[in-house]
Design a protein around this ligand. Structure first.
Ligand code: PHE
Length: 463
């Protein structure tokens, strides 16, 4: 059978590849640290509601736009209404920004892979290990470059062969490990220096049970913005990536069902990762330790692995390798989008574009790495958290740009081309669009209002 270049083989191939893009460090590194920072249960509750409403709406929009237009994000909007072409260009900014710091985190994971490969697991449990690594100007850049090189190689040889092969093995394996390590953590307990005993089960309760005590409007809004930014990031929506993926999907694939599977899988991995990491942080550092932000996973997990005895090192190695794969499948999807779009703009070959963008990314990511040493600063973001360069870029792309893009997309789909345009694509394969009513209500009324509020909040204008 003739296949178009970059196309997916059938519905399973599509779901796995989209899940490969969606499931990444967002689920395992970003979700747990936000949940911990925002006090656990309430964040989870808000996030779940958002996935079922906004996540579904945005994912459906992106994928259907891509499949119906058969174009990537840069051209999709303009091909429907030339006046809206600017929106495609705007979405392009997001993967460009994310690419600059995703490889930095990929580098951190690569570092931990080598730590466990060389049997230095005990050193990683020391206070200050992680901080001294990211603040060393050379080694954090070297590991980032290794991760970036692997990503670029996969893209260099084309999306289909690259992504599909990875996703099928990695995703289930990662899930099994997360469940195993999580179950182990929950059964642990630790006696702190002051004699208090904290158990994993207490930690799980903090993670899952919403605590409404002392909740103010401002705090609720912060949780909402955090959860929404996480949703965008985690599902890879509103940044053109899922539009590109949509354009690769065969016409006979049941989109409605595939979208449900992607949402479910992505959320499940995030929830389980949180259930593994948050109790671990709680055991070793109590609720105060929960606000530590981006370093959370890298600081708390080594202690759990250490507590497992001799097998801990092997499990840790397996964990970081699988996490590395999950991160690669995501970073591949980001680079792939950048390359595919630039190939169109500059009319050059994939290989050449891949080298150029890889080079630019390397420079940009080096600057981000330096945000922890040469350019170190502490900035207070409009949402109150203290940020370094990486957090600032993350904030601009996920908290500021994405609500803006989603707002414009909702206006475009809900009021310009009308939800029917998307609905037609959803049923084009002869399958039912089961959440049709919810979709059109969300895209026309709920989503634009909330996105506008969040956009203003990200600027610090709504308190
Ligand atoms: N969704 C990916 C994750 O959760 C990250 C990602 C962001 C991938 C943007 C593609 C685009 O890690």
């Amino acid at each position: 059978m003739e296949k178009k270049k970059g196309g997916f083989t059938g519905s399973l191939g599509f779901v796995l590849s989209a899940a490969g893009s969606a499931v990444g460090v967002g689920n395992i590194w970003r979700f747990p640290y936000l949940a911990a920072q925002d006090g656990g249960g309430l964040f989870i509750l808000v996030y779940l509601v958002l996935v079922l409403t906004f996540g579904f709406t945005l994912l459906t929009t992106d994928i259907a736009l891509g499949r119906r237009t058969q174009k990537n994000a840069l051209e999709a909007f303009g091909s429907i209404r030339p006046k809206w072409g600017f929106l495609g260009k705007l979405t392009f900014l997001v993967p460009a920004l994310i690419m600059t710091y995703y490889t930095v985190i990929g580098g951190w994971i690569t570092k931990y892979i080598t730590v466990y490969m060389t049997g230095q697991g005990a050193a990683a449990t020391q206070d200050g290990f992680f901080t001294s690594f990211i603040s060393s100007p050379v080694s954090s850049v070297v590991f980032m470059l290794v991760f970036l090189a692997v990503t670029a190689l996969v893209v260099f040889f084309g999306v289909e062969k690259g992504i599909e092969r990875f996703s099928k093995v990695v995703m289930p394996g990662l899930l099994v490990l997360i469940i195993g390590v999580g179950a182990y953590t929950i059964m642990q307990s630790h006696t702190a220096a002051d004699g208090t005993v904290r158990t994993g089960l207490d930690g799980l309760a903090v993670y899952l049970i919403p605590n409404f005590e002392g909740l103010t409007f401002g705090r609720f809004m912060k949780i909402l913005l955090d959860a929404m930014s996480q949703l965008f990031f985690s599902l890879s929506v509103s940044m053109g990536i899922m539009i590109t993926y949509g354009s690769y999907v065969d016409k006979d694939v049941n989109l409605s069902r595939s979208i449900g599977h992607i949402e479910l899988f992505d959320t499940l991995v995030a929830l389980l990762a949180g259930a593994m990491i948050v109790p671990a942080v709680y055991i070793f550092s109590g609720t105060e330790g929960m606000s530590s932000g981006p370093s959370l996973m890298f600081v708390s997990l080594p202690k759990v692995f250490q507590g497992m005895g001799p097998v801990g090192g092997i499990i840790a190695l397996a964990f970081f390798i699988m996490l590395g794969f999950a991160a690669i499948t995501s970073s591949v999807s980001i680079l792939e989008t950048l390359v595919a779009n630039c190939m169109n703009i500059f009319k050059t070959s994939r290989k050449k574009m891949c080298l150029i963008i890889g080079g630019i990314s390397a420079v940009a990511a080096t600057v981000i790495c330096m945000g922890y040493n040469v350019f170190y600063f502490e900035l207070t973001l409009p949402n109150g958290s203290s940020a370094q360069l990486l957090d600032v870029v993350d904030y601009v792309s996920n908290s500021f740009l994405m609500p803006l893009i989603s707002f414009l997309t909702c206006i475009f789909v809900g009021w310009v081309i009308k939800p029917k345009w998307i609905e037609e694509e959803m049923v084009a394969s002869g399958h039912k669009f089961s959440r049709k009513g919810l979709y059109s209500f969300m895209i026309r009324f709920v989503a634009p209002v909330i996105m506008a509020i969040l956009f203003f909040q990200s600027l610090g204008l709504v308190k």
